[in-house]
Write a protein that binds this ligand. Structure first.
Ligand code: ADP
Ligand code: ZN
Length: 436
């Protein structure tokens, strides 16, 4: 099936007409399957929709959105469409934003998921001759087993090193000449400090070539820092448990937006206020529909993730739509002094300033009924030993650049390298103490 460029040539070289024809066909069967779940059976009945009569992508827009609350309320089995003896696996979202939800997979679902991930990794240049180390939590989190089976499907020697154990991770990379990794951005940033402590030069003493980095938002500036420090290519990897897990959208070698595999998903971007579809190029909330999943089809799911469809064609020739880097989740947005802000805007500013280290936190407090925004920023080692005047100059520059971007003036506090709490899991960038 694969040649030198494509893992799945027939799927990756589909034309726009081919994709639409395929989607219409798959949608019909997906709706039919969905109606076997308690949740969608009730929903279709309420809106008077007969899945048999859906014959175009336009009809599909009559289906109401599915939201996270629906999945939570249907926990554990309300969305299951197959008898339990056909189900092989259960995963669960990591519960970053509240009660967890459960996702189920049949044998065919697991096959498809592994295949989509292999397709993503192959597209970026991973090959069977590579050694792949998965620095991701195993267990309920989809990033562990998802990548494990995807990498094995591709044919790589796959090391399930899991999350944490920074020094041991580096030792494994050295001992086995790891060339491809999967890791979340905050952990890859943290490993920069660990490598410095261990006095290991990643460009000379490691064999890294490619990192698949995702599971939480990070800016283009952080990508650049990671690429130049490690001397590797960092590819953005996107997924969510509700849509299988990782493997939903990945960057190709052009690193300009992530292709969503439209033979497996229908993608829409809506205005989260009006719920209307927005034109390509405009930011909004990502909405996704599974087309091939058996155990648990999910229709028009509001992911809460903010992005846009990049207009135009990708240089790689694949016509599968590309989404831009995720700006954050709708519920990450905070309002201060009447202005809407996303943590990612702060990160973009900070990471463009060379004196700024790799860790920061935004703290929102209330003092005498007035909202206050404090940005605590770690400096690099070299700056922190310099004199106070240098530090004050850096502090002023950060304040000035943040004010320009955010239109409010935060209080900027510079702190020593490695002094902010850090985790080997998803990072907490925002602490809102205003309600306490
Ligand atoms: P949880 O919602 O509990 O974190 P998941 O592990 O399913 O559970 O995480 C999926 C979410 O992680 C996505 O909806 C998105 O918000 C975030 N995410 C995943 N990959 C990326 C990425 N490459 N960039 C930004 N955010 C991402
Ligand atoms: Zn491309």
């Amino acid at each position: 099936m694969q040649d030198d460029t494509y893992w799945n040539k027939s799927a990756e070289t589909l034309t726009r007409e081919g994709i639409e024809e395929l989607q219409t066909r798959l949608l019909k069967s997906s709706l039919g399957r969905a109606s076997r779940s308690k949740f969608y059976a009730e929903r279709f009945k309420t809106i008077g929709l007969d899945p048999e009569l859906v014959s175009s992508l336009e009809d599909f827009h009559r289906i109401p959105f599915t939201v996270k609350k629906d999945l939570r309320q249907s926990y554990p089995y309300g969305l299951l469409c197959e008898p339990k003896d056909r189900i092989l696996r259960m995963h669960s979202s990591s519960g970053t934003t509240g009660q967890a939800i459960a996702v189920f997979y049949t044998k065919a679902d697991l096959e498809l998921w592994a295949d989509l991930l292999a397709r993503c990794m192959y597209m970026a240049g991973a090959r069977p001759s590579d050694t792949f180390q998965n620095l991701s939590g195993y267990g309920l989190f989809t990033g562990g087993l998802g990548f494990q089976y995807g990498a094995e499907r591709l044919g790589m020697l796959t090391i399930p090193s899991g999350a944490g154990n920074s020094r041991r991770q580096i030792q494994i990379m050295r001992d086995f000449s790891t060339s491809v990794i999967h890791i979340i951005p905050s952990f890859l940033l943290l490993l920069m400090d660990v490598l410095k402590e261990m006095q290991v030069d990643p460009q000379k003493e490691l064999s890294l070539k490619i990192a698949f980095v995702g599971a939480e938002p990070y800016s283009q500036e952080v990508r650049k820092r990671l690429e130049s420090f490690y001397g590797i290519k960092v590819y953005n990897s996107f997924g969510l448990s509700e849509m299988n897990g990782p493997g939903v959208a990945f960057e190709c070698p052009h690193q300009n937006g992530m292709h969503i595999w439209e033979d497996a998903y229908i993608v829409e971007i809506i205005d989260p206020e009006t719920l209307q579809t927005v034109p390509d190029g405009q930011y909004g909330e990502l909405v996704m529909t599974t087309l091939q999943r058996e155990a648990m089809p999910v229709l028009r799911y509001r992911t809460g993730d903010l992005t846009r469809i990049l207009p135009g064609e990708c240089g790689c020739g694949r016509v599968h739509k590309r989404i831009d880097r995720i700006q954050g989740r709708t519920d990450d947005m905070f309002i201060i002094k009447g202005v809407n802000i996303f943590p990612m805007q702060v990160e973009q500013v900070l990471m463009n300033i060379p004196e700024v280290g790799n860790n920061y936190v935004i703290l929102l407090t209330k003092e005498h009924d007035i909202d206050n925004m404090v940005v605590r920023v770690e400096m690099t080692d070299s700056v922190f030993v310099e004199d106070m005047r240098v530090l004050e100059r850096v502090r002023k520059r950060i304040t000035h650049d943040l004010k320009n971007e955010l239109l409010v003036t935060p209080r900027v506090e510079l702190v020593e390298p490695n002094s902010l709490p850090r985790s080997e899991g998803k990072a907490t960038r925002l602490i809102d103490q205003r309600m306490i």
